[in-house]
Design a binder for this molecule. Structure first.
Ligand code: SF4
Ligand code: SF4
Length: 732
């Protein structure tokens, strides 16, 4: 309405112009009540500084440590300006603090590419422009609350963007921002910290070629990001830094928190912990950082220099250099189900064995999963219990006990106190459960003493190698548009996440559009987050369909196939993997009737797979041909242990109507999507699904069977059992 103008204009003199005073009073009052003093702008070593870092929030303590470091090591006079209050913009204070400085780097945790400056830089520039306007007035300055600047008072303004999406900012980034301002610096007016538009060394040849295309089209792109010349360890003296390598969903955050609390209780140290979490990390590698120090820890970032690495993730070396940043003489504890130290050692890829030896790293192993399985009275608590076992292992292996002058008894007492205060309310049993696990972790962690580069340690993958394509992705066609192509997305983004390197994918035009091709869930692999998986016993199965109806992840599909389709699919796979075959296709056609004959032989306990194997034996008996024997060997390899059932609804009833028309029923577990919830096992009333512990061999088998399953044709129409099409009800 027409009086809106008055109501808005009235806010300036009657309200907004008073805020500054109100705030200053509030800060005084707060200080009186708490002893903590705040100003609208706070400064650190700015008075004699030549260069300033200006920012807000968690970057400030980090910038202060960097300022101290650069003053001590390079005699560069750096100060830090903490913009506590953004509105009303404290122009009066900013004008005073910045006056006469050589440069100010304004670091902001955002980007506004269409604005003339980032928000704080915009305000600072406007403030300093007003200070310049004040120049030359003896009285009646146009901006009386502000300083007067002559040209020589004007600092050079640099603007940096960092930390979006909680991206880590190392001291290196802040050092880069200072170096940029120095006389021999690059003097970039606008820059990004802690990202690479193009990487000096590409991770893969494909990425190298791709980077070259980007560099050709945008020759200046690399210069948008600046990097510091060093990344010093700025932890306080006497600090202990710990890194966890775990898997999303394994409770690493709880473990980290518990450990932090115990360290705090035991040592009375200052603690800082930085978890990386989020539901999108479920099943993916995760890290957790923790530091404890006798004085406050100012630096806010992931730790590149660590004393102890705990890896509840037994597969960590397959995707990450878990030794990165581990100090010389540091301590590494890994989950392993192996019982002998030499077996654990042999699991470690050779290049990491070398690193361990060269850096004098003490390496320990523990089977936290076994302890958790044996001790957790509630299976739901197993994952957390593994972490608690690691807590015990941490104290047994790390130098903390020595440092704090603790005996075994005093340590366990302190842990028990902490467990009691945390779980005491849940009853003594929970406390006892936890303490048993801690003690076992403490006792059952073993050191590997005999560290000799082994000849049989497999050259397992590391972060530089290319991950294999996810199984389901192999079946996806390439899309005509690069933007919506899931294969392109896998190469440029997906595989980085899979290796726990989500921060390292390059800054390219596709990522700039934030477009995610459909079906990226195919990248997800739940193998790492389950300990058991369902196993199907075909001869007990009645094909009731309850399991695949109940599975929340559609991870256990039922399928009906014609015998000929199963056999032909295997022949096709043999051809694909071994090139042309001569005798096999015809022999397999002939074999079909033998298999069918065996179906009616009603041998107890024999499975369809057994019948196929027996029919192959018969074929080979009748045809003593070397080539055929070789090709059938390949056939057997492809068939593997694939399980098939002769069930009443799909086989017997059809056979009764028309002999030879019975279908073969199979239940196959999708190893990438099954999360091991066992709902399918619970719902199966026929003992046709059992929960079995997951092993490397069982995972390999599941993957192989799933791969075969994906090649089988869909259930033919004659076997579809739909009771109500409208309601979409029916077992298949
Ligand atoms: S496995 Fe069990 S639940 Fe699943 S179809 Fe067979 S009998 Fe039914
Ligand atoms: S264990 Fe759970 S996720 Fe896996 S197949 Fe069974 S119901 Fe599905």
């Amino acid at each position: 309405s027409s009086d809106l103008m008055q109501s808005v204009a009235a806010q300036r003199p009657f309200f907004f112009d008073h805020i500054q005073e109100i705030i200053d009073n509030a800060f005084r009052e707060f200080e009186g009540l708490t002893g903590r003093s705040y100003e609208r702008v706070m400064t650190y070593r700015t008075e004699d500084a030549d260069y300033l870092i200006l920012g807000q929030g968690s970057i400030i303590p980090s910038a202060q440590v960097v300022a101290d470091y650069l003053r001590n090591t390079r005699k560069i006079k750096v100060g830090v300006v903490d913009l506590v209050m953004f509105r009303p913009f404290p122009a009066d204070l900013i004008g005073k603090i910045l006056k006469g400085k050589k440069g100010v780097a304004i670091l902001e945790r955002l980007d506004q590419p269409l604005a003339s400056d980032l928000p704080i830089a915009r305000e600072v520039r406007a403030t300093l422009a007003k200070c310049l306007e004040n120049d030359g007035y003896k009285t009646g300055k146009p901006y009386p609350a502000l300083e007067s600047y002559s040209q020589k008072d004007m600092p050079v303004i640099y603007s940096g963007s960092f930390g979006m999406g909680s991206r880590d900012l190392q001291p290196e980034g802040i050092i880069g921002a200072v170096e940029n301002m120095l006389p021999d610096g690059k003097h970039k007016k606008m820059f990004y910290l802690s990202i690479d538009f193009l990487r000096d060394a590409a991770f893969t040849p494909k990425q190298k070629a791709y980077q070259e295309t980007i560099a050709d089209a945008y020759p200046q792109i690399k210069d948008l990001a600046i990097r510091g010349s060093e990344n010093p360890n700025l932890m306080p003296k006497g600090a202990i830094t710990v890194r966890f390598h775990s898997v999303g969903g394994w409770g690493a955050i709880t473990t980290g928190k518990n450990l932090a609390m115990t360290l705090f209780d035991l040592l009375d140290y200052h603690i800082k912990a930085n978890p990386k979490y989020g539901s999108e990390k479920k099943g993916q590698p995760t890290t957790y950082y923790l530091a404890a120090a006798p004085e406050p820890i100012r630096v806010n970032c992931e730790y590149f220099f660590v004393d102890v690495v705990l890896s509840p993730d037994p597969n960590v070396f397959k995707h990450t250099n878990a030794l990165a940043g581990l100090k010389e003489g540091g301590c590494f504890i890994i989950q392993s189900e192996r019982s002998k130290p030499e077996e654990v050692w042999n699991d470690i890829p050779r290049q990491y064995q070398q690193l361990i030896i060269d850096n004098n790293i003490r390496i320990f192993y523990i089977d936290g999963f076994r302890i958790a399985r044996e001790e957790a009275t509630d299976p739901e608590l197993q994952l957390r219990m593994q972490g608690i076992a690691f807590q015990g292992a941490f104290f047994a292996a790390s130098p903390v006990m020595q440092q704090a002058g603790l005996t075994d008894a005093s340590l366990l007492k302190a842990i028990e106190d902490q467990v009691k205060s945390k779980f005491g309310g849940k009853g003594q049993r929970v406390v006892d459960d936890n303490m048993r696990v801690v003690k076992r972790g403490f006792d059952e962690v073993h050191e590997i003493k005999n560290k000799v580069i082994s000849t049989d340690s497999g050259e397992k993958t590391n972060r530089q190698t290319v991950l294999p394509l996810p199984t389901m992705l192999k079946h996806m066609p390439q899309s005509a548009s690069r933007l919506s192509d899931i294969h392109r997305f896998w190469e440029q983004t997906g595989n980085f996440y899979q290796r726990g390197m989500g921060n390292d994918n390059i800054t390219d035009p596709f990522i700039g559009l934030s477009v995610m091709p459909a079906a990226s869930s195919l990248f997800r692999d739940m193998t790492g987050i389950r300990f058991e998986h369902p196993e199907w016993i075909p001869n007990n199965c009645t094909a009731c369909g309850d399991c695949y109806t109940v599975c929340p992840d559609t991870a256990i599909p039922g399928l009906v196939s014609e015998l000929s389709d199963v056999l032909n699919t295997i022949v096709t796979r043999v051809k694909k993997n071994h090139g042309e075959v001569n005798a096999l296709p015809k022999a397999v056609r002939q074999m079909e009737s033998k298999v069918r004959a065996l179906f009616t032989s009603e041998k107890t306990d024999a499975t369809v797979n057994d019948y196929i194997q027996e029919a192959i034996d018969q074929m080979l008996e009748e045809n003593k041909d070397e080539q055929l024997a070789k090709e059938f060997k390949w056939f057997r390899e492809e068939l593997g242990d694939f399980r098939i059932a002769l069930t009443r609804p799909y086989f017997e009833l059809h056979e009764k109507d028309a002999p030879g028309s019975g279908g073969l029923f199979s239940i196959t577990v999708n190893p990438t999507t099954c999360k091991g919830c066992m709902e399918c096992v619970q719902v199966c009333n026929d003992d046709a699904l059992r929960s079995v512990p997951q092993t490397e061999a069982s995972v390999a088998r599941l993957r192989k069977e799933w791969d075969l399953w994906t090649d089988l044709p869909n259930t033919p129409d004659q076997y579809k059992r739909i009771d109500d099409l409208e309601e979409k009800i029916g077992p298949l």
